[in-house]
Design a protein around this ligand. Structure first.
Ligand code: CA
Length: 361
């Protein structure tokens, strides 16, 4: 009897009794093929983000020897980009790939797991999530939505965004309609601007048509792929609002809980590989893309004035502290995050920052 037929027979319960069946019964569960759908907020195969989702799907499929066979659906292919959270929650798809600040309407606390203005860098974010208590809080929040979260791709420090007028003071943000998600968007609203949350695929046409005045997206590699330099003159840095954004994967919790332990480990560890590999890839590709934008497309690269950044920092800290007061969970996440930021700043002042300053002398 071929293995597949043997397993199928076991699954049907046609073979009963006998000690010999105990071990095969376990492997029957373990070896069954699960065809999982992964829905994403990104355009299909979009460089860096869509391909990051593809990479995670391939890792899970390969590492599991095909026992979990993951098929990726780009934005709108199965469900609209901002409906993936609900789709995975109700098991229309088994995995989702997006960013947790898109779900602030479901949970204000979720935003902290994507990006906080003037918050943690990529390295610090991973430290908080994996070793600083962040993941436990994230799991607690998503469990209420029947989801298991993982960190699935860190972008590193993002860029400040694309503008058609210079930003010389906070007043220049007043009245500005800008695509900027999450807590950074809340800061812009506080300064008299209007934050718009648009999925990636709609950004270029919105900026080109003037439906929005400005946008941020990710960094040189991703921004170049959308051709944002064809719709705006000035490219500002640094991305104060997204200093080390974590893109996420989430898995339907019932499906995850039903997996044998080895497959649970594969899903979690494939995510960890994708998270770290995504940062490595974007870091490498941003170097070349920045060069192309500046030297080939003559993009005007401008740093936000220091006094603008200083004031943005002040307003950001106020806005983030207020978000924490929305509900007890937001407060718990905020307390954990801020405590970690203080500790890591003290360490990184004498390590990363001291070194980067020394290297630039
Ligand atoms: Ca962004």
């Amino acid at each position: 009897m071929k293995r597949r037929e043997f397993v199928k027979t076991l699954g049907a319960g046609a073979v009963a009794g006998g000690t010999v069946l105990a071990a095969p019964a376990v492997s029957a569960k373990s070896n069954q093929t699960r065809n999982w759908k992964m829905v994403t907020t990104w355009p299909k195969n979009f460089p860096g983000l869509g391909t990051g989702a593809n990479n995670l799907a391939k890792l899970v499929t390969d590492m599991s020897g095909g026992r979990i066979n993951v098929k990726v659906y780009g934005a709108k292919e199965l469900v609209p980009p901002f409906e993936i959270f609900d789709a995975v929650s109700r098991n229309t798809a088994q995995m989702g790939h997006g960013a947790s600040y898109y779900w602030k309407g479901k949970s204000q606390a979720a935003q902290f797991f994507a990006a906080v203005p003037f918050g943690l860098t990529a390295q610090e974010m991973n430290a908080w999530i994996y070793h600083g208590g962040g993941m436990e809080l994230w799991q607690e929040i998503y469990a209420k939505f029947n989801l298991v979260p993982t960190a699935a791709l860190n972008t590193g420090v993002q860029m400040g965004g694309w503008f058609n007028k210079k930003i010389n003071s906070l007043k220049d943000l007043n009245g500005l309609k800008m695509r900027i998600p999450g807590l950074g968007g809340e800061v812009l609203n506080r300064l008299g601007g209007t934050a718009v949350s648009l999925p990636g695929g709609e950004i270029f046409t919105s900026l080109k048509s003037g439906a929005i005045d400005a946008t941020e997206w990710v960094g040189p590699y991703n921004d170049l792929a959308f051709g944002l330099h064809k719709a705006a003159k000035y490219y500002y840095y640094p991305g104060w609002h997204e200093p080390g954004t974590t893109l996420e994967c989430f898995i339907n919790k019932e499906e995850f809980d039903a997996l044998p332990k080895d497959l649970q480990s594969i899903v979690l560890n494939a995510s960890k590989v994708a998270n770290l590999d995504g940062l490595s890839e974007l870091t490498a590709r941003n170097n070349a893309a920045l060069d192309t934008l500046v030297n080939k497309h003559n993009v005007k690269l401008i740093k936000f004035p220091d006094d603008v950044l200083k004031q943005l920092r002040k307003v950001s800290d106020e806005v983030v502290a207020e978000v924490a007061k929305n509900d007890p969970m937001s407060q718990r996440v905020y307390d954990s995050y801020i405590k970690f930021r203080e500790a890591t700043m003290a360490w990184h002042d004498v390590s990363e920052r001291a070194y980067l300053n020394a290297r630039a002398l």
